[in-house]
Design a protein around this ligand. Structure first.
Ligand code: GLY
Ligand code: MN
Ligand code: MN
Length: 460
């Protein structure tokens, strides 16, 4: 059995004055899976004993001189380097890659933390949707003096701005004991949902007939001519639990009585199909590239069914508009530009160094693997293994920047595309544990259209 010894700071009076003390040796021993816990004063003695007992040992350290890692001070490494009549070898070449590789699969304790982060974040997504639904039902009322002689209380808040949705999401996580968000929340209403990592979260929802973004609505529904335009609200947010991340995206309808417009619903259902078809494949051994390719295939078929992409049977069309020809052209990357998911753990985009081999001999781009643009932003390019935790997050976006270069493509029916551009974007993201037999979805908030619309309209 390996022996693991952990050295933690000793509580000093000045430190305790400014902040809470570090745990005692006894308390640290209860929560860390180590052989022994001690204070740094004991470290030189331990190193001297080890150096004498194992004169031929190779000592591994994290990269020295890197701004990312604190170096082991010279007073400790000197003991190793100058012990006895032999010089011990010290190397920083292997430990970090080994840790990164080990982090690709999770232990039971890690899975428990990720599960808890997902459950808290799932409830926070549902809280935002239920507050939106309560407003549609007219169930959010203000008692006397609210917003006039006193500030609004949480139960009186309407969600009419991206910032209000973010505040309620974060508040829900905090009251459940999560200290940090795993990343800056992305809260994008209307066409801002087409920006993948939008995290300004500072705009009002789109209003009619007043101008959007006038920033003067102040929770006041008194003007009968003022209403929320039908739009989507994309929230990509997840909290941390015990240093482990969650990463969940839900796209919900705002305005229109809390129901999607026909165009938004069609795009939502297509993205959900991309996700469901992806999940059917998940099991150890499946190469992640195959999930990426499948999503492009589902998107292309869906766009052909909607008429955004032409089919061989479209007027004036031909075999150059077959699904395979469109796949080979790479044009679907303009609408699904990012990777379908990534490893998740202590970091939200976990261990990128171990997730993407520099040379990937199993993948040949060509007719069978689609277009190389599909893989440009794919953060994971490995076969799946049991106990990996990954996100599955297909999306479909109408970004003016990405559409501009392909607008005149022979594959696109421009009149139909124009009807869908106002949707902005839809992403649906769940966190998945790869199991022996397949997978387990660690994200508990639902995503089917009936449930999302039921909650956001206040009917459920
Ligand atoms: N929240 C960032 C991502 O989904 O990758
Ligand atoms: Mn993600
Ligand atoms: Mn995300």
């Amino acid at each position: 059995m390996p022996s693991v010894e952990l050295f933690i700071p000793k509580a000093e009076l000045a430190d305790m004055m400014w902040s809470v003390p570090p745990p005692s040796i006894e308390d640290a021993a209860k929560v860390h899976d180590v052989t022994k816990v001690d204070h740094p004063a004991a470290l030189p003695g331990v190193l001297e004993t080890l150096a004498k007992a194992y004169p031929d040992a190779l000592c591994h350290t994290l990269p020295r001189g890197s701004p990312l890692f604190p170096s082991l001070p010279g007073k400790y490494t000197d003991i190793l380097l100058t012990s006895g009549d032999k010089t011990l070898a010290v190397t920083d070449a292997y430990l970090l890659p080994a840790l990164q590789r080990a982090r690709l699969t999770k232990t039971e304790a890690e899975i428990t933390a990720i599960r808890q982060a997902n459950q808290i974040s799932s409830r926070a997504h549902e809280v935002v949707m239920r507050v939106l639904g309560a407003a549609v039902r007219g169930a959010i009322t203000k008692a006397k003096g609210a917003g006039v002689s006193r500030p609004l209380l949480p139960g009186e808040w309407l969600i009419e701005k991206e910032a209000e949705a973010e505040a309620i999401f974060v508040a829900s996580c905090r009251r459940e004991g999560s200290v940090h968000q795993a990343y800056l929340p992305i809260v994008a209403a209307s066409t801002r949902a087409s920006t993948l990592h939008y995290c300004c979260n500072d705009r009002e929802f789109a209003w009619g007939p007043v101008k959007p973004h006038d920033h003067h609505n102040g929770n006041d529904f008194a003007h009968s001519d003022k209403h929320l335009d039908p739009q989507v609200l994309l929230i990509d947010a997840g909290c941390e639990w015990n240093c482990y991340a969650s990463d969940i995206t839900r796209t919900m309808p705002v305005g229109n009585g809390g129901k999607f417009t026909p165009e938004a619903r069609a795009i939502y259902e297509l993205v959900l199909e991309m996700q469901k078809e992806s999940m059917k494949l998940l099991k150890p051994g499946l190469h992640w590239d195959d999930v990426q390719l499948l999503c492009h295939r589902v998107l292309i078929k869906g766009f052909q069914a909607l008429g955004i992409f032409k089919s061989p049977s479209s007027p004036g069309s031909g075999s150059w508009n077959s699904a395979e020809a469109i796949l080979a052209s790479g044009i679907s990357s303009a609408f699904f530009p990012h990777g379908v998911g990534h490893s998740l753990g202590m970091d939200v985009h976990d261990v990128p160094e171990a997730s993407k081999p520099a040379v990937n001999p199993t993948i040949q781009i060509g007719e069978t693997k689609g277009h190389e643009s599909f893989y440009s932003f794919l953060r994971l390019r490995l076969p799946l293994e049991k106990n990996m935790v990954v996100t599955v997050e297909p999306g479909c976006y109408f970004s003016p920047h990405l559409i501009a270069p392909v607008r005149d493509s022979k594959h696109i029916n421009l009149d139909v595309l124009k009807r869908y551009e106002g949707v902005g974007g839809v992403r649906i993201e769940d966190v998945i544990l790869i199991t022996e037999e397949g997978y387990e979805n660690l994200t508990t908030v639902l995503s089917d259209v009936a449930w999302i619309e039921g909650v956001c309209s206040g009917e459920l």
